[in-house]
Design a protein around this ligand. Structure first.
Ligand SMILES: NC(=O)c1ccc[n+]([C@@H]2O[C@H](COP(=O)([O-])OP(=O)(O)OC[C@H]3O[C@@H](n4cnc5c(N)ncnc54)[C@H](O)[C@@H]3O)[C@@H](O)[C@H]2O)c1
Ligand SMILES: *[C@@H]1O[C@H](CO)[C@@H](O)[C@H](O)[C@H]1NC(C)=O
Length: 419
């Protein structure tokens, strides 16, 4: 049985294998039972994961279908119907709300995994519910579920944002990256190529594909064959897989290379988020520097700018050309940088946070470890500007102000920032 992966926990849990033989026998029998259960239960054609498959996602039934239909109903004249994967995620929730607000039909899909505090995903889900967006609880590896959704709604577009994110966590749980970013993406494309009409697909790649490149700013035409993390390698693989499905099946595919997205409802595993948490707690924060005290800097991009970029890419996506699983003509294939074009040293980020939080940070200067993070990112965004007028307008001070306001409000309402 092929079990390539499992969903993540942000913090690693160690299992102590106890010494006694009877216990081992017990666990072996239990394990066989689980395998047996999975074999007959799992609808997935690619992969399954014990922990996740054991959670029963209940879908189907008239009430459930009605929710799907009403969520995906197009409200404006020129609206489109979009399946948003990763809708309970940071970027996915913001994009879903923006699409719904302008009158598009939106249906979310998310497996609510516990890579980071799932209550944050539930909070975003509640927000989406209030806007009229329903999130189906399921995995992008579940082909039967995806087919069912396309049976109910002939989506014109897929905004594919579900993924295993994070650079460092790839050393702890490499399988989760293969599961979501490779197997899951292929499964989604298999379903998309087979349905009629085929949707156009916009999906999230990452600036991390530029890897060890030192030429800045990063342009789409630069080499991307030296990833510095497994995360980056799976995103690069995604770009190559996209090429294949475009070439063979005529799927219209647009990849977006996001540069360090931040903002309200952000991801707790990202530096600006846990810096905020730790500064407030009086805990020292690690600030990385490169060799010879080299500055580590990021092209931080505010979520609203990213959302506008996502919508611009969606609105300029051409139709797929395949039919009945076969290509009938050349289809659109694009990759765009979505960044802010002004890299900020991480030290400056901390200074801004100190001002906003009115608390002095305890800076712990450390050498940048060689486990995936690169020293510098800087986007050349002229291609996205040319194709759909992409123009980021939020500087880091303004964006962080919005983030901090949200953070203080969200976590003072009785919720803890700990997992
Ligand atoms: N936030 C950034 O700075 C950044 C930068 C570059 C690229 N990206 C990419 O943008 C996309 C969105 O990122 P984000 O920051 O919103 O991350 P996120 O983790 O908040 O959102 C991803 C969502 O996908 C869901 N998901 C993961 N695997 C799934 C699966 N197999 N089936 C169904 N749902 C699944 C998760 O539960 C999560 O809610 C991802 O593809 C990420 O790799 C993000
Ligand atoms: C940015 O990319 C465009 C191509 O999209 C290229 O023509 C231009 O020279 C690049 N600018 C820089 C400063 O590298």
């Amino acid at each position: 049985m092929d079990i390539p992966s499992s969903p993540g926990k942000f913090k690693e849990k160690r299992t102590k294998w106890h010494k006694t033989l009877p216990k081992l026998t017990f666990w072996s029998i239990l394990f066989c039972g689980v395998i047996y259960f999975l074999f007959f239960r799992t609808p997935s054609s690619f992969s399954s994961d014990a922990r996740r498959s054991l959670r029963t996602y209940t879908y189907g039934g008239a009430a459930w279908e009605n929710k799907v239909i009403s969520s995906a109903r197009v409200a404006s004249k020129n609206g489109v119907s979009v399946l948003v994967t990763g809708a309970a995620g940071f970027v996915g929730s913001h994009v879903s709300i923006a699409l719904k607000r302008r009158g598009d039909g939106v249906l979310g899909l998310d497996n609510f995994n516990d890579y980071y505090d799932p209550s944050l995903k539930r909070g975003r889900q509640a927000l989406l519910e209030r806007t009229g967006v329903f999130i189906v609880e399921g995995d992008i590896n579940d082909a039967a579920l995806l087919k069912k959704l396309f049976d109910i709604v002939p989506f014109t577009h897929v905004m594919h944002l579900a993924a295993q994110a994070g650079v460092r966590y790839a050393m702890q749980n490499p399988g989760s990256y293969v599961h979501s970013n490779i197997a899951g993406f292929v499964n989604l494309l298999e379903v998309c190529k087979a349905v009629d009409p085929q949707p156009a697909i916009v999906w999230a790649s990452s600036s991390s594909v530029y890897g060890l490149n030192t030429k800045v700013p990063f342009s789409e035409k630069d080499r991307t064959d030296q990833p510095a993390s497994l995360y980056a390698a799976t995103k690069k693989a995604g770009e190559e897989i996209a090429h294949t499905y475009n070439h063979i099946y005529g799927l219209s595919l647009t990849g977006l290379r996001f540069f360090t997205v931040y903002g309200p409802w952000g991801r707790p595993d990202m530096a600006y988020f846990f810096f905020t948490k730790d500064i407030l707690k009086g805990k020292p924060i690690p600030i990385f520097e490169a060799a010879n005290h080299g500055t580590v800097a990021r092209d931080f991009t505010y979520i609203d700018d990213i959302v506008r970029g996502c919508l611009g890419a969606l609105d300029t996506a051409e139709k797929s050309t395949g039919s009945g699983g076969k290509k009938t003509g050349p289809a659109q294939l694009r990759v765009f940088n979505l960044g802010n074009t002004s890299p900020v040293p991480v030290n400056n980020l901390v200074t801004i946070l100190e001002k906003l939080l009115k608390v002095k940070a305890k800076r712990n200067i450390m050498r940048l470890p060689r486990n995936g993070d690169v020293q510098f990112t800087h986007a050349n965004i002229s291609y996205a500007k040319k194709e759909f007028g992409y123009k980021p307008t939020t500087n880091l001070e303004t964006g962080l102000k919005n983030f901090v306001r949200w953070y203080l409000n969200y976590y003072s309402a009785g919720k803890k920032a700990d997992e």
